[in-house]
Write a protein that binds this ligand. Structure first.
Ligand code: CMP
Length: 138
């Protein structure tokens, strides 16, 4: 059965002009885009999105970074979307990411790591609902 996941092309990748190349990877891997928007988000919006990390030492830097420039928000659909997107992205730290993954190709550091993808069904549901209204998913 088709599953939905949530993804963000982060400010570093957008700034470096990698958005089109990342779309191509996502398309080639068989994902359908069911929701898409480009936004510049506030720090408060980033804090709400990443609230599960609020006690982490990197929380302040992460939310400053995520509100530092345009991002592209995506809702993606395919069979096994959550696990397949995480495989396509590669490890959080690009230094540990496998050859051929998006982070290996496009990420600069553990924080500026080009792309986000939901890690589980419950987080995907929260993350999709945080940024998209139901009528925006087609
Ligand atoms: P993401 O998949 O969006 O989920 C949380 C983000 O926090 C992660 O990608 C990284 O951008 C960032 N992050 C995770 N671990 C660290 C870390 N040790 N130092 C800095 N940023 C981190």
């Amino acid at each position: 059965m088709a599953q939905r996941t949530f993804s963000i092309i982060k400010p570093d990748a957008f700034r470096k002009g990698f958005t089109g190349a990342i779309f191509a990877e996502i398309d080639k891997a068989g994902f359908q885009i069911v929701g898409i928007k480009k936004l510049s988000i506030s720090k408060a919006q980033a804090q709400g999105f990443y609230y599960v990390h609020k006690e982490r030492p990197f929380f302040d830097d992460l939310t400053t970074f995520m509100s530092s420039g345009p991002i592209v928000l995506l809702v993606l659909e395919k069979e096994n979307a959550i696990a397949d997107l995480r495989k396509l992205m590669g490890a959080t730290n690009p230094a540990n990411a496998e050859e051929g993954t998006i982070r290996k190709k496009f990420a600069g550091s553990i924080q500026e790591n080009a792309i986000h993808g939901s890690d589980a069904e419950e987080t995907a549901a929260f993350e999709i609902g945080y940024w998209f209204a139901g009528y925006e998913l087609i």
